[in-house]
Ligand binder design. Structure first.
Ligand code: ADE
Length: 323
C-alpha cells in the first residue's frame, strides 16, 4: 500500500548525502515565494557549517565544499491537506532531483528532508522569482533600439537581447534535460526562475519523468493544456518533442512580455483549434528569426520539430549578431 511505500522510500533516503538536518534549516514561514495546489514554497536559509554537495556530472563524484555561511534557499513543502498520492509524487520529485545532476540553467537541489511526515525539497534561491511575473512587471519597460535610454531605474529596463538571452538559456537547460532522457511536461514561463544576475533556470519538476522508451504516456492529472502539443492533447503522448512544442509557447510568452496564450479559446476547444491549424501569432516585439523558431516548434509531426540543441545554436547566432 501507498503508506508503506512512503516509509520505504523515506527510509531508503536516510543518511544519504542529500539529507539536511532540520536544525540547520531556517524556513521563513512569513516569506512565501509561491503556492500551488500541490506545494508551498518558502524562502529559507541553510545555515551553520554544512557540507555543500555538488555532483560533478561527468565524473559522478561528490565534492564536498565546506562553508560557514548561510545559503539562501527556497524550501518546497507539501500543503497541510496533501493526500498519499501527493506524498508519493513529492518523493518521486526528490528522487528525480537527486538524479538530475548540476547544470547552470537547471535549478539545483541543495538538499532534502525525507521525513515521511513532513518532507522538504531545498533548492537554490532565485532572487527575481519566476519569469512570467518578471515579464509582466517589465512589460512597459522594453527598449527596442540599441541607443534607447532607460527612462527609469536602469535595471527595470529590458532589451530584446535580454529576452533572446533568456530564450538561449532555457534552450540550453532543456537540451541538458533532453540529453539525459528527462521530459519536463510542464515547460512554461511560470516554471522558469531568474537569479539576481538574470540567469534563467528551468524549474518545477513535479511532472517530470524519466523516459525508458522514446515516449511517455500518461493520462489524467493536472495538465498544462495550452502548452501541450497535439499528440499530448490527443493521445497523452509526451516526449522531448512535446517539450519542444511547449518551448515554442514559452517563446510566445517571452516576446509578448507575459501574454496569456490563446486568450479567446477554451481549454476544451484547444485540440480542435490546433487540428484546424490554429497557432499563436507573432508578438509585436518578437524578431522574425524567433517567430520562425516558434512556428517550427508547432509542427504537427513531432519529428519535424527542431531539437533543443539545434535551436540553441540558432539563438547563439542571434546573440552574436551586433545590432
Ligand atoms: N519560487 C519558487 N521557487 C523559487 C526559488 N527557487 N527561488 C525564488 N523563488 C521561487
Amino acid at each position: 500500500n501507498n503508506y508503506m511505500d512512503i516509509h520505504a522510500l523515506a527510509h531508503s533516503n536516510k543518511r544519504d548525502v542529500w539529507e539536511i538536518d532540520t536544525k540547520n534549516l531556517l524556513i521563513q514561514e512569513d516569506h512565501l515565494l509561491g503556492n500551488g495546489a500541490f506545494a508551498n514554497v518558502f524562502k529559507g536559509i541553510v545555515k551553520g557549517k554544512i557540507p555543500l554537495f555538488i555532483v560533478n556530472n561527468s565524473l559522478n563524484l561528490i565534492v564536498e565544499s565546506e562553508n560557514n555561511g548561510h545559503f539562501d534557499a527556497a524550501v518546497k513543502k507539501l500543503p497541510a491537506h496533501a493526500d498519499e498520492q501527493n506524498h508519493l509524487d513529492f518523493f518521486h520529485e526528490i528522487d528525480f532531483m537527486k538524479r538530475l545532476g548540476h547544470h547552470p540553467h537547471v535549478i539545483s537541489m541543495l538538499g532534502c528532508v525525507s521525513n515521511p511526515i513532513e518532507p522538504l525539497i531545498v533548492v537554490e534561491y532565485c532572487q527575481r522569482g519566476d519569469l512570467l511575473k518578471f515579464l509582466r512587471r517589465h512589460k512597459d519597460y522594453v527598449l527596442m533600439n540599441k541607443n534607447d535610454e532607460c527612462p527609469i531605474e536602469a535595471d527595470m529596463c529590458l532589451r530584446i537581447k535580454d529576452l533572446v538571452s533568456i530564450a538561449w538559456q532555457v534552450a540550453d537547460g532543456m537540451s541538458y534535460l533532453a540529453s539525459k532522457n528527462f521530459i519536463h511536461r510542464d515547460l512554461a514561463a511560470r516554471n522558469i526562475l531568474l537569479t539576481k544576475s538574470l540567469t534563467a533556470k528551468v524549474s518545477d519538476f513535479g511532472l517530470c519523468r524519466y523516459m525508458d522508451s522514446a515516449l511517455y504516456t500518461a493520462k489524467g492529472g493536472r495538465l498544462p493544456i495550452k502548452w501541450m502539443s497535439v499528440e499530448a492533447l490527443k493521445l497523452y503522448e509526451f516526449s522531448s518533442k512535446s517539450d519542444v512544442w511547449s518551448f515554442g509557447v514559452l517563446l510566445f510568452e517571452l516576446f509578448s512580455l507575459g501574454d496569456v496564450p490563446y486568450p479567446t479559446i477554451q481549454q476544451v476547444d484547444m485540440l480542435d483549434h490546433l487540428l484546424a491549424g490554429g497557432r499563436l501569432g507573432q508578438p509585436l516585439k518578437c524578431p522574425n528569426e524567433i517567430y520562425q523558431i516558434m512556428t517550427r516548434c508547432w509542427a504537427d509531426k513531432p519529428d519535424e520539430r527542431p531539437e533543443f540543441n539545434e535551436m540553441r545554436g540558432e539563438i547563439t547566432v542571434m546573440l552574436n549578431f551586433d545590432d
